[in-house]
Design a protein around this ligand. Structure first.
Ligand SMILES: [Zn+2]
Length: 123
C-alpha cells in the first residue's frame, strides 16, 4: 500500500485532535523517543500520541526537547495545512449534501487543531 505512511500520520492527527477536544494541552516539549509533540494530561503527566504512552522528560533534557518539538510542531502544522487543502479540494468537487457536511466537519476539526498548534508554537 503506497499510502500506508500517510494513513499513520492521519491517525495521529485524528488522535491529537481528539485530545485537544478533550481539553488536554499540547506542550512545547517533544517525545525523546519519536520527537512528536507531547500532551499534558490532566494529572500533569506527559503523553506521547505516537508512542501511545506516558513520557518523562527530565529537567536537563527540557531544552533539547523544546528544540526538537519546535521542528515537530512545524511538521505537524505543514501536514495539517496539506490535509486542509485536500479537504477543500474534495469539497469543491463534491455534490452530495451529506458528504459536504462530513467534509465540513472534518475541515473545522483540522482548522481547530491548526489554531491550537499555532498558539502552542507562539508561546
Ligand atoms: Zn513518542
Amino acid at each position: 500500500m503506497p499510502h500506508k505512511e500517510e494513513n499513520i500520520e492521519e491517525q495521529i492527527i485524528k488522535r491529537m485532535a481528539d485530545l485537544l477536544r478533550q481539553g488536554l494541552t499540547l506542550t512545547e516539549l517533544a517525545c525523546p523517543a519519536c520527537a512528536s509533540p507531547l500532551f499534558r494530561l490532566k494529572s500533569g503527566e506527559l503523553w506521547c500520541v505516537k508512542c501511545e504512552k506516558k513520557v518523562i522528560v527530565v529537567k536537563d533534557e527540557e531544552e533539547i526537547a523544546k528544540i526538537k518539538s519546535a521542528a515537530a510542531l512545524e511538521n505537524l502544522e505543514n501536514t495539517l495545512l496539506a490535509k486542509i487543502q485536500e479537504v477543500q479540494n474534495k469539497m469543491q468537487q463534491e455534490t452530495s449534501v451529506e458528504e459536504l457536511q462530513k467534509l465540513g466537519a472534518t475541515l473545522s476539526e483540522l482548522l481547530e487543531s491548526l489554531e491550537k498548534i499555532r498558539k502552542t508554537r507562539r508561546v
